[in-house]
Each structure stands twice: as structure tokens, then as C-alpha cells.
Write a protein that binds this ligand. Sequence first.
Ligand code: ATP
Length: 312
Amino acid sequence: MDYIIKTEKITKKYDDFTAVNKINLKIPKNDIYAILGPNGAGKTTLISMLCTIIHPTSGTAKVNGHDIIKEANQVRASIGIVFQSRALDDMLTGREHLEMHAALYGVPKNIRKKRIEEVLELIALGEKADEYVKTYSGGMKRRLEIGRGLIHHPKVLFLDEPTLGLDPQTRESIWKYIKQLNKEEKVTVLLTTHYMEEADKLCDHVAIMNQGQIIKADTPTKLKRELKADTIKVKTEKPKEFTEKITELPGVKEAYNTGNTIKLMVERGENLIPAIVNFATQHNFQIKSVELEHPTLEDVFIKYTGTKITET
Ligand code: ATP
């Protein structure tokens, strides 16, 4: 496989604290690739190093064939960056933002106009292009930021939490644009997210990150399939006691108490539900509800880290 990003034991320390710990990561060309992890996992630090914004403490990486330390300028010229800090000017129009960025990135003057039209079409802002950004919705602003990151035909587009703070509907529409630009512009997209659904529905590959390390990386389907586990969610009055007791039932591989709900990892959920209900009755637990679910990325995350990603 052709990899557009390869890291070699890349590490970032802040004094004694290791934010990114000897990560080896390979990102295939033309992929939409997610680094999925909770707040503070080190996602932003990792991609900031790949974008040459911060310097690794040790280790290195190649982006588009260039070393991020020795060839930082070549790396910068071949990437687009859309980071969490908003940097749009309310008193400029969408088109003016794109014009400024095209000039800044040295897009040749004779093709600038055409390129701006192309990008405006891609992010569906053609009709709003000449209006002030202050009149844009949250989703439009995000699309403009993404469009701006694309203007100079980067080979890799870095998106730090691209849908943070957007409502679910706008989030899905942003996914649609990201998929489209990945295909039409042939740009590899590396994004960070703490939204399970985003990693699952949008991305070709997902690397699960926690406490500075990549715990597991694969396609969402493989990550979920590898668990060989369905989840049965049980609600009962004494969750703690039930969680301890239910592991005695053959077929229940693991049990987690996640607040109100107990999650049971089992191999074939359909077959086990009657046994769970009988077991509960025998041991005087009153069951409020039982729900069967096939694995999600959240289950994968819990399996490998023992904790939950808290969605904010
Ligand atoms: P978030 O989604 O909250 O940004 P993240 O996974 O992107 O989370 P990072 O921002 O990479 O996490 O931060 C990883 C860890 O490194 C955090 O514990 C953070 O407090 C710490 N950290 C980040 N930047 C610095 C810095 N300049 N100095 C000291 N510690 C830092």
C-alpha cells in the first residue's frame, strides 16, 4: 500500500508529561483517516507535529515524502490545515477569504479565479460567496474554513475536530462535503475527533488514541468485527451488584457498569437474552429493560482502554 504519512516513534513531551508517546502510524494515500480519542489524548499534539506547527521531542515523520523536521517548508506547501481556533473575519466575504488564502499560498494569479470558483462549488457556497461571513451559519463557516484549507491543492488536509460544536444535522452535511472533496480533489484527509459516529460513518481507517498512544488502528468494520461480541444493555435497580453477579452466567464474557446501564459483552446476543432474564429472576434482580446491540466503536474503545469517551 502507498502511505502518504508515516511516523517513526514520534514523541512530544511537555516537561515530565508525555503528550504523544513513540507513535508509529501509517496513513494510506487517499484515505479519510480518523484519530479518535477523548479530550487530552494527544490528538491535536500529534497532528500539530505532522503539520510542522510544533516540534517533536524525539522521533519524526514523513508527510507526502518529506521529513517534518528537515523539510518543513515542503511539508507545509503540500498540506492544508483547518484547526479548532476559528480564524474567519466577519467583515470579509467568503470569496475574499479564499482570495487572501490563495495569494498567501502562492496560487498563480492566472488560475486563482477559476480555482476559487471550483472550491466555492465544492463547498456549496457559490450563492453566499459575496456576502459577509457574519451572515453565515455555523455549518457554512466550517465549510468556508475547509474550502480555504483546500485552495492550494494540498495533498493532505488536516482537520482538527471538524464538526465540534455543530448540531447533528449540520455535522452530517459536513461529512458529505468531506467525502466529496476526498474523492474529487484526491486529497488524503487526516482528522481528529472524539465523536464515535464521525469516525465510524465518515472514515476509511480509525486509530484509537488514549494517553499519548495509539492503541489500535484499522477499518471501523474490522475493529468492530474483531471484538466478536454483541452487547446486551441491561437496566436494573442494583446495577453494581448485578454487574458482579452476571459474570457467573456462561456466555457472558465481560460486564461493565456504565452508570445506569450495564453492558454485557457476549458472542451471540440473540441466544443469551432468555438466559439473562432467567438468571436475573433467580437472583432477585428486577430487570427494567434489555436491549441487544451489535458492536460500536465505543465498545471497541471501552474494550481497549477500560474507559468511555465522553462526548461533549
Ligand atoms: P483536545 O480534544 O482536548 O484538544 P487532544 O487529544 O487533542 O484533546 P492535546 O491537545 O493534544 O489533546 O493534549 C494532550 C495533552 O498534552 C493534554 O493533557 C494537554 O494538557 C497537554 N498539553 C498540550 N499542550 C501543552 C503545552 N503547550 N504545555 C503543556 N501541556 C500541554
